[in-house]
Each structure stands twice: as C-alpha cells, then as structure tokens.
Design a protein around this ligand. Structure first.
Ligand SMILES: O=C(O)CCC(=O)C(=O)O
Ligand SMILES: [Fe+2]
Length: 365
C-alpha cells in the first residue's frame, strides 16, 4: 500500500489508496503509521480525485488570481465588503499582498461562497471584458465545487488513520462526521525577491488533516529529521499532512507536520489546500488508548475545537507583537516537569542537552 518516494520528488512516503477505495482493504497501514509517527506527511496516489480535475482547478485558480483586484474583490470577503463569511473567519485585505494571496471556499451547500449572478445577454455574441470575467468566475465555481466535493470524499483517510491508531472501528468516522467546518484555500504565491523568499513561515496546521494540490513550481517544504525536505510537485498526487487535532488525540504519538512554503524566483506558485476539520463543538483531548490504557499521562488538557480555531484566527487578524504570544497547540499542553536536585557547577553538558530536549520537560507543539 505504501512505498518510499524514490524519484527525487521529496522524501515523502507514497500511499496507494486504490486497494482501500475499491475493496475497503485496510492492510498496509504500517507505512502510513510510520509516516504519521515520524513527521506527519505522506503523498497519496489513486486517491479518487481525477488528475484532470486537479489540473483544471489549479489552472482556473491561476486565472482567478490574474484578474484585476476589483474583480477579485467581488468574490473575496475582503475588508469593507459585505460578502458573507462563517463566524470567526478573517476578512482579507482588498489588495494583493506581497507574499501570497488566498481565496477561501466553503461547502457549496452552506451558501457562503459568493459568485456573481448569471451573466445575461451572451446570445448577442459580443462579450464585454467584464462579461468574460463573469464567465470565468462561473466556470471557476463549477469546477472548484466539483473539486471540493471530491476532496471531501478523500476524508475516508480518517478510516485508515483509525486503523493505524488501533481505535475501535468507526470511532474517528463518527467523531468527525460533520463536514460544516471544512474549508478550502486557493493560494497564489508571488515570486521571491532577491533578499526575501518566505511564502508561509514554518507552522503546523490546527485542523485534523490537510490535503494539498500544487502546480509544478514547488516550494512546499517539510521538517524531517532536523532538516527541511522539499515536498516537490508530482503530477496527479496529493500531499497529505496531519494537523494538531490528530497530534492531541494521539497524545503526541502522531505528529502535526511542521511545514513552510518558500517562494521561487521568477514564478508565481498556485496551490490548493483542503482543511478537513472536526466540528467546532467537538471536545479535543488525548484518547484513553494513548493515555490511561497504556499508563501515560495526558500531554494536553481538553478544549473545544471552536475555541482553538478562533484563537488561531486571532493570530492572523491581530498578530501579537511578541512571537511567544502567538497561539499554538502548546497553549493546551500540560507541562510535565521533573523535580530533581542538580548541582549546577557539576552538570554534564550532554546530560543537560538531553534533558532540555526531552518532551517530558517541554511537550512538543
Ligand atoms: O501552499 C501550500 O503548499 C501549503 C499551504 C499551507 O501550508 C497552509 O495554508 O497551511
Ligand atoms: Fe499549512
């Protein structure tokens, strides 16, 4: 089911979902489990999202971002506009930023996605430029909504994770059965400057699982074994990364993947990230299978997902001036300290280094 990615396209394990999607076969979860325990990233093939649809979604996204700002502002819930937005989501700046810009899309059935009304009068044969824009936006709606629905289905991965975690069959499926907190972000990154190439700083996603589609430019990097490894584009594949919710449920046994995006010189990069989320009213806490049943102390206190999502959103809308005030999952970490008598004048520096890097002293975020 899974194999190492040997084609130089970033050292991500590759998971073939064909057996699982066709027969529900959950064999071969070992490699997924290892990938999740090591650094929380893998790549899926035969995932059920048609490659032409993926390519088309990225193409149309590029066409969207190439529109003038005032056309984009009609569908983006920008500052000052009245476009609807689910509670807790930030409005975006009306003008292009210097590193990246994005468009959020929600479940088409929730009615938050905003599109212009049907353009009329095409029969006349002559299209005003703005009508061309309208037509493009309608096309974008159709294809992106199809892509959204297909990516929602990729959520079956939760059942593979359930197996990997050794949970009761169907537990995660039920825990994560509501889809109303999912959303998708279309992203465009600007070309790197001579002295600055940050696209998105290193971070862990706060959600459950993220699916990333990317064009051929590259720039997504994963932190693995103390180094940044490129998750290079491989046509037709989807990059999967685990988020904080899975890390908390497994009491740190599975990793919320650390990643970042580096901008490339002379090229815009387009990607599409689908955030598979638990419902905001769900309590998130380490499961008994990873705590009391194995005699381990919980490393996080329980929290409502909605509360964490709002704190994370606040990081974006009101960025704290001190980096230590940015909210990460460590906000809920239970610090397990060890009391011991140490004579500071007589400490072996190797012992001290090991002690300081011990997750029992400073739980990882
Ligand atoms: O653009 C990408 O490849 C990843 C984006 C990302 O990490 C995020 O939006 O959280
Ligand atoms: Fe991310």
């Amino acid at each position: 089911m899974a194999s190492e990615d040997k084609n130089g396209a970033g050292a991500l394990p590759v998971v073939d979902l064909a057996p699982f999607l066709t027969t529900g076969d959950e064999d071969g979860t070992t490699a997924v489990r290892e990938a999740c325990r090591e650094y929380g990233f893998f790549r899926v093939v035969n995932h059920g999202v048609p490659p032409q649809l993926m390519a088309r979604a990225l193409e149309l996204s590029a066409a969207f971002f190439a529109l003038p700002d005032e056309e984009k502002a009609k569908v983006r819930p920008v500052e000052g506009s009245e476009a609807p937005l689910p509670a807790g989501y930030a409005r975006q700046p009306a003008h292009s930023a210097d590193k990246n810009e994005y468009l959020l899309a929600f479940d088409p059935q929730l009615g938050f996605n905003r599109y212009p009304s049907e353009p009329s009068g095409f029969e006349g044969g002559f299209l005003e430029l703005s009508d061309v824009h309208l037509l493009l936006l309608l096309l974008i709606r159709e294809e992106l909504e199809e892509c959204y629905v297909k990516l929602t289905k990729l959520g079956v991965l939760i059942q593979i994770l359930n197996e990997c975690m050794g949970l009761q069959p169907g537990f995660l499926k039920e825990y994560n059965s509501d889809r109303s907190f999912d959303f998708m972000a279309l992203l465009r990154y600007f070309p790197a400057m001579a002295d600055e190439n940050n696209g998105i700083s290193e971070h862990q996603d706060g959600n459950c699982i993220t699916f990333v589609l990317q064009d051929s430019v590259g720039g997504l990097e994963v932190f693995k074994d103390g180094a940044w490894v490129p998750a290079d584009p491989v046509e037709g594949t989807i990059v999967v990364n685990l988020g904080d919710v899975i890390q908390v449920l497994t009491n740190n046994k599975m990793k919320s993947a650390m990643h970042r995006v580096v901008r490339m010189p002379e090229a815009h990069r387009h990607s599409l990230a689908f955030f598979f989320n638990v419902h905001g009213d769900r309590w998130v806490e380490p499961l008994p299978e990873f705590t009391e049943k194995i005699g381990e102390a919980p490393r996080y206190r329980k929290f409502l997902y909605r509360e964490y999502q709002q704190l994370r959103m606040r990081n974006k809308t009101h960025p704290p001036s001190r980096p230590e005030d940015v909210v990460h999952i460590t906000h809920y970490a239970i610090c397990i300290t060890k009391r011991m008598a140490i004579d500071p004048s007589n400490v072996d520096p190797h012992f001290l280094r090991r002690l300081l890097s011990s997750t029992e002293v400073f739980p990882e975020g």
